[in-house]
Write a protein that binds this ligand. Structure first.
Ligand SMILES: NC(=O)c1ccc[n+]([C@@H]2O[C@H](COP(=O)([O-])OP(=O)(O)OC[C@H]3O[C@@H](n4cnc5c(N)ncnc54)[C@H](OP(=O)(O)O)[C@@H]3O)[C@@H](O)[C@H]2O)c1
Length: 251
């Protein structure tokens, strides 16, 4: 039975909401993030509420060499891991030409290198046990790049492509690969998330993500509506119109 799930970036937002959504369905959890105090509180709450096992570990995915040992610790504590959700991620707003690319480096180190380290360590465990499900939390911006967030958008496009290549490679090994592309979800990732269009609560997003994983979807947009329609519309819009729309929204 596939009932042990590890989530990176589980200390807040979508990761914490995912932890609860899986717990509600009886999954045991392995939770990882830098803010262990938050993981401890969440773990006690979910253990008490749902009578499940929760293992936690401190993890900074930017320290990519520490990711595999962290997953091994969680696997040892839980017995095995059936699903790994590479969710840890950051945004970084930067104007092109500012002369300092340090924010872009942080974004790539977390969202691309950190996620790759997570997915690779998970794949090694899954190959050894003969099954597993890799899940990555990408973004709608993988399809529709955001001005002032070029690195973020590019990092998510990289994650999506990386995971879609993994799916083809691992198809014969009984390892499933699901890539999730959220629209705007109300979390702490950026200030004033409420101001963005079609924003939904993290709990609602988490329930939709768990359903997509259970259905073994390949690439999913969350929520599907209106974002699938927006994707189609945006493909038809000329750049000056897109720029005007985004620049107004990102102000
Ligand atoms: N909210 C949205 O509208 C939206 C839309 C599309 C995609 N996403 C994606 O959803 C994922 C979760 O974001 P969120 O919206 O839930 O934001 P959030 O509330 O800020 O959560 C981000 C999580 O990532 C963790 N994290 C950040 N850097 C980390 C690192 N170096 N090592 C380990 N953990 C790290 C944070 O934990 P610690 O700080 O404790 O380490 C936190 O638990 C991200 O990948 C984000 O890009 C969000």
């Amino acid at each position: 039975m596939n009932n042990n799930v590890v989530i990176t970036g589980a200390s807040s937002g979508i990761g914490a909401a995912l932890a609860e959504a899986f717990a509600r369905k009886g999954y045991n959890l392995g939770l990882a993030a830098r803010r262990v105090d938050k993981l401890e509180v969440l773990a006690r709450e979910l253990e008490d509420k749902y009578s499940i096992q929760v293992a936690i570990t401190a993890l900074d995915v930017q320290q990519d060499e520490t990711v595999a040992p962290a997953l091994s610790r969680l696997a040892q504590e839980l017995g095995q891991i059936d699903i790994v959700v590479a969710n840890a991620g950051i945004t970084g707003v930067r104007r092109s030409g500012s002369g300092d690319i340090s924010i872009d480096k942080q974004v790539f180190n977390t969202n691309v290198i950190g996620a790759i380290a997570t997915l690779d360590a998970a794949t090694k465990l899954f190959l050894a046990q003969g099954h597993g499900h890799l899940v990555g939390i990408s973004s709608f911006s993988a399809f529709s790049p955001l001005p002032t967030s070029a690195a973020y958008s590019a990092s998510k496009a990289a994650l999506t492509n990386y995971m879609n290549a993994m799916r083809l490679e691992l198809i014969s090994k009984k390892i499933k690969v699901t890539v999730i592309h959220p629209g705007f979800i109300k979390t702490d990732i950026a200030p004033h998330m409420d101001k963005y269009p079609f924003v939904i609560e993290a709990d609602e997003a988490a329930q939709q993500i768990v359903r997509a994983i259970a259905a073994n979807k390949a690439n999913v947009i969350i929520p599907a509506l209106p974002w699938k329609a927006v994707k189609g519309l945006m493909a038809l819009m000329p750049d000056p119109l897109l720029a005007m729309m985004f620049n107004k929204m990102m102000r």
